[in-house]
Design a protein around this ligand. Structure first.
Ligand code: P6P
Length: 334
């Protein structure tokens, strides 16, 4: 008696149940010479960020909030969780064969972990292990940002323009833990299901809305902004925009990715070059926003075209919907 195939209920409300791991295995086929090294690195980022997410949720219970008592290379007070997140990422990533070089916001210099030449591709992984840590003590959102380049161990600086990134993304530790990834073929979003310990794909090929009536900027620095920014902000207020600013780039840019609008960190009196770092904040977020159809610029040039001068170089950052960035650039050019 032939059984009739009954309708199988969608799992997690998704008709095609896909984890981050199965997404990467399927994605590999796009790379002719894929040998799994990139998937193995994304897998390392997955297990690392699951570990970080768990530590964050227990931070106050385990008394790991607050400062370590020393500053990083940027003169910023290192938080205990900055160091914990950095150490988790370094320990897991250095164990993956394809990783040749690591660069972290929390480390002065590049870390060469596997200079063996010969078989297989080699990658540099640059990251901000925990971005927005001033939010930690008040249980606000924070994130991990990563940028992946192909490289040769012999190429000492590993500092390439962002347009050469092979992959980029971030993990937002907020009301849920969200992994957003691009490998150059669109932007895809995964949500951590703690009950099974897996990142489940919930959206593919995300597109930034063409326009959004929300701007995100630290207006406390307005006195030091170039005049065109102040003119644009007044225009937004006159047009009834909402202002949303969390103080964690991952959270503020994630809002732009999903609902449109514009995120800006302009030059300020305190940071004339801008505050955000090119290699592990601006570049990866620029790849994500451009892959989703948005615009990523310093106000003068495309972020992904910049030729880096150092691992911790700072740049002005504008990430947003095409129409919003066009309006801002008109104000900047007046
Ligand atoms: P401010 C966090 O310290 C960070 O690097 C980004 O995540 C965030 O967008 C920015 O700095 C916030 O800086 O000066 O507004 O506190």
């Amino acid at each position: 008696m032939a059984s009739t195939a009954r309708n199988i209920e969608p799992i997690f409300g998704c008709s095609s149940f896909m984890t981050l791991q199965t997404h990467m295995l399927a994605d590999e086929h796009r790379f002719r010479d894929a040998n799994g090294a990139l998937s193995w690195i994304i897998s390392a980022l997955a297990i690392s960020t699951k570990t970080i997410s768990a530590r964050l949720k227990r931070a106050r219970l385990e008394d790991v909030l607050g400062e370590v008592g020393r500053d990083n290379i940027h003169g910023e007070h290192q938080q205990k969780l900055d160091v914990i997140a950095n150490d988790v990422l370094v320990q897991v990533l250095r164990g993956r064969d394809g990783v040749a070089v690591l660069g972290s916001e929390e480390a002065d210099d590049l870390l060469f972990v596997n200079t063996r030449t010969g078989d297989g591709d080699r990658y540099a992984v640059l990251f901000d292990p925990l971005d927005g840590t001033s939010n930690l003590d008040v249980a606000g959102p924070v994130g991990t940002i990563f940028s992946i380049f192909k490289t040769e161990p012999s190429n000492v600086d590993c500092l390439h323009p962002g347009a050469q990134q092979i992959a980029a993304g971030y993990v937002l530790y907020g009301s849920s833990t969200i992994f957003v990834l691009t490998t150059g073929a669109g932007v895809h979003m995964f949500v951590l299901d703690p009950s099974i310990g897996a990142y489940i794909r919930v959206e593919e090929s995300i597109c930034v809305p063409k326009f959004g009536a929300t701007y995100s900027i630290n207006e406390a620095n307005a006195a030091g902004f170039p005049r065109g920014y102040r003119r644009y902000l007044q225009q937004c207020r006159d047009e009834g925009f909402s202002s949303r600013y969390v103080g964690a780039m991952v959270a503020d840019v994630h809002r732009v990715l999903l609902t449109g609008g514009i995120f800006m960190y302009p030059p300020t009196q305190k940071s004339p070059e801008g505050k955000l770092r090119l290699m592990y904040e601006a570049n990866p977020m620029a790849m994500i926003i451009e892959q989703a159809g948005g615009v990523a610029t310093t106000g003068c040039e495309r972020i992904l075209d910049l030729r880096p001068t150092g691992l911790h170089q700072r740049v002005p950052v504008i990430l947003g919907s095409p129409d919003n960035v066009t309006d801002l650039k008109e104000c900047l050019s007046e």
